[in-house]
Ligand binder design. Structure first.
Ligand code: ADP
Length: 486
């Protein structure tokens, strides 16, 4: 809006009409005092100020306006009929005017000037707004930085209080902070502690994780600077993200040597126990066979029933010991595969027969096209996986004894899925289901087992360069699958 200040209403009237005809908004004041009041109350883009006014003249008004922060940047055009000589013009400029026009006013010139100053004022205003916004932004950033610094310091003091070796790095993996435990293993804050020569390289493994933005979990052996003995440590490095962008990595090395030793002892015990159990079991099997033969000559119904039961229990014991032996073979890397070509559909049919033999009233549905092809794999081990999936499917479906075997062939891979409609597995437990000795607590009391069947299956499939997994919904059922390359 433009403010016209003149003590003569007729001057205001003609100027107002001129400006309004060019679509400017116009306000007016009949004295310097009124002008000052209006300027403090409203926002003007330009003031056209008459020099000759009673009480407060134009120069005084301009000087006063220059003193207010609100009005100091408003451009002023002086209008004067009288003070045309140089001295007055100079005074006009000195008191804050941007231009000086003498009467009679040439409307075209006045309009040109008004337009120019108006634009100038708008641009100054816009610049001021940008400046204010920038200042606010700087303030916000300063505050955020201070908060961030505080948070980082809190993180560092937490890491310092840990009994583990702990460190942080920038997003590209340059170490920024290490706690005091670090110096038991390394002299430099820039490089990782030395690991056992046979262990995986930390930098290489971490680089892979950085590319995929995934946490790293790695077992490595470290030795303290003044020792020659290596201890197993679990290295965990997790990314810290802000707005989906990694801002930091936080890592710890936890000493897991005791755990490892206990695990080793347990594996040794399992290995010895299962080997020792196998010998008497073989003898019992032989005696039972002898007993069976002798009963054929002297039939006795009761004795035959007991013999059948004994054989059933014996085969359960046999499976258990076989599983335990498999575990110790896996642990010592001795689970060897005997790969030969075999016919897939024949294997599936034979497994279905075996299951029907032990589980008479089950409904095994074969879905998908018959796989009439030979694959090169360890037939006995693949059969073991399929039997395991199927017996689990039946075991964990007390109400519904229907099971589906489905096959698919995709990109040189055979996928076999066993689906049941049983108790299902809670989603948070599914990721651990193939771990050694893992059993779902909720069902472990109702169903007997050791939690090693799926672990053995996973190792067998892994050795065939295949994949495995489960899709399940509690109360609805589970689909266990594995794939192997054709
Ligand atoms: P086990 O059956 O001897 O406990 P497994 O390794 O075969 O051992 O299975 C591990 C666990 O996975 C089981 O204890 C059970 O909790 C769960 N599980 C396996 N198969 C199924 C299934 N088909 N439905 C529901 N839970 C299952």
């Amino acid at each position: 809006m433009i403010l016209i200040v003149d003590d003569k209403p007729e001057n205001i009237y003609s100027l107002k009409r001129l400006l309004e005809s060019k679509k400017f908004e116009v306000d007016s004041a009949l004295s310097g005092e009124e002008a000052l009041k209006k300027v403090l109350k409203n926002n003007y883009a330009l003031i056209i100020l008459d020099v000759q006014m009673p009480d407060m003249d134009g120069f005084e008004v301009a000087e006063t306006l220059a003193g207010f922060s609100k009005s100091k940047d408003i451009p002023i055009i002086f209008l004067s009929a009288v003070n045309t000589d140089k001295k007055f013009i100079t005074q006009g400029y000195a008191s804050g005017a941007i231009d000086y026009i003498t009467k009679p006013v040439d409307p075209d010139i006045l309009m040109l000037k008004v337009k120019t100053f108006y634009r100038l004022y708008e641009q100054t205003n816009a610049l001021n707004e940008i400046q204010t916004a920038l200042r606010a932004e700087i303030e916000i950033r300063k505050k955020v930085q201070a908060e961030l610094k505080e948070r980082v310091e809190q993180l560092y003091s937490t890491l310092e209080s840990l009994p583990q070796v702990a460190f942080t790095s920038d997003p590209s993996g340059n170490i920024e902070f290490v706690n005091k435990q670090w110096f038991r293993y390394s002299v430099s804050t820039k490089t990782f502690p030395v690991t056992h020569p046979e262990d995986k390289n930390i930098d290489e493994e971490w680089t892979i994780c950085m590319l995929t933005e995934n946490p790293l979990e790695l077992e490595v052996r470290l030795k303290e600077l003044d020792s020659d003995v290596y201890h197993f440590h679990l290295l965990r490095i997790i990314p810290i993200k802000e707005k989906d962008k990694i801002v930091k990595w936080v890592g710890t090395f936890t000493d897991i040597e005791d755990q490892k030793q206990i695990e080793k002892k347990k594996d040794e015990f399992l290995s010895i126990a299962s080997h020792e159990l196998k010998t008497p079991l073989t003898s019992i099997k032989a005696y039972i066979q002898l007993l069976e033969r002798s009963l054929k000559n002297n039939p006795n119904e009761t004795a035959n029933t007991y013999l059948d039961r004994a054989q059933l229990q014996l085969s359960k014991l046999n499976n258990l010991i076989a599983d335990l032996l498999d575990i110790s073979k896996i642990e010592s890397g001795k689970l060897k595969l005997n790969k030969r070509p075999f016919h897939v559909e024949n294997l599936i049919s034979s497994v279905i027969d075996i299951i029907h033999h032990t589980h008479e009233h089950v409904d095994i549905v074969r879905k998908g096209e018959a796989v009439n092809l030979h694959i090169c794999a360890d037939e006995v081990r693949i059969e073991q996986v399929l039997i395991n999936y199927l017996t689990n499917a039946l075991k964990y479906s007390p109400e519904n004894k229907q099971v589906i075997i489905e096959t698919e062939i995709n990109e040189n891979q055979l996928k076999l899925t066993v689906t049941d409609f049983g108790i299902g597995i809670p989603s948070e437990k599914q990721k651990n289901i193939f771990d050694k000795f893992f059993r779902v607590e909720e069902s472990s009391l109702r169903f007997q087992g050791l939690g090693i069947g799926l672990y053995i299956c996973s190792e067998i499939i892994r050795q065939h360069q295949g994949s495995f997994g489960v899709i399940s919904k509690p109360g609805e059922g589970s689909s266990f699958y594995f794939t192997i390359p054709i």
